[in-house]
Design a protein around this ligand. Structure first.
Ligand SMILES: O=C(CO)[C@H](O)[C@H](O)COP(=O)(O)O
Ligand SMILES: [Fe+2]
Length: 221
């Protein structure tokens, strides 16, 4: 299974988003971080920006909702043209219902875990998700250092999925770079979200290619 790379636009130049999207033609997905100033202490972007991005790219738009009461926003992001919609398990007491709603809207549902949230919280929704996002930093900001303990968690998520016959993607988000990527892939990650390590590079496409290479087995680099 080849690893997918999803550059995070959080680290791109917001004044020139269309240009930034054009700098990562080799991406598999584009990761869009939505923050509401409540679930996380930061505010970013909403459906109008996703709609604008939809007009300038055919890459899958992977929307990561870091918002309270995500049920208020599912339809709006579906209408805006999101392809994949990930909600945090900590943000709702109706995880099962919302994951089903995302599927009914025609999108790929995802569930995200903050660093302190146990993998066990996913046990009864495995069949409802196309991806599990493991936060490898605390959500809210780009450019933070990777939390090493999350490697064990990635492996635990992969084991839980496999135990139920699920081939859902395991997405890792936060502090992913050429140093951490090989460990994350070895632990079971299949999608690497990378903001700073891609858009912080003068040549984001080259940085993405390097990241993809480090994610391969050493014999295949
Ligand atoms: O969800 C996020 C933050 O909450 C971002 O996707 C993540 O931080 C990516 O940024 P970086 O690669 O710079 O760590
Ligand atoms: Fe994210």
């Amino acid at each position: 299974m080849s690893v997918k790379i999803a550059p995070s636009l959080l680290a791109a130049d917001f004044a020139h988003l269309a240009h930034e999207v054009g700098r990562v033609p080799n991406a598999d997905w584009l990761h869009v971080d939505v923050m509401d100033g409540h679930f996380v202490p930061n505010l970013t972007i909403g459906p109008p920006v996703v709609q604008a991005l939809r007009r300038v790219t055919s890459l899958p738009l992977d929307v990561h909702l870091m918002v309270e009461a995500p049920e208020r926003w599912l339809e709006a992001f579906a209408r805006a043209g999101a392809d994949r919609l990930t909600i945090h398990v900590e943000a709702t007491v109706h995880l099962d219902r919302l994951l089903r709603q995302i599927r009914e809207l025609g999108l790929h549902p995802g569930a995200a875990l903050n660093p302190a949230t146990p993998v066990e919280s996913l046990r009864y929704v495995v069949e409802l998700v196309d991806q599990v996002l493991v936060m490898t930093v605390n959500p809210g900001f780009g450019g933070q250092p990777f939390i090493p303990g999350m490697l064990r968690k990635v492996a635990e998520v992969r084991r839980l999925l496999e135990s139920q016959g699920s081939h859902a993607d395991v997405v890792v988000d936060g502090g992913v770079d050429e140093r951490t990527a090989p460990h994350l892939v070895a632990a079971g990650a299949s999608v690497l979200v990378a903001g700073t390590s891609v858009f912080g590079d003068p040549d984001p496409a080259a940085a993405l290619t390097r990241l993809r290479r480090t994610a391969r087995p050493p014999s295949d680099r």
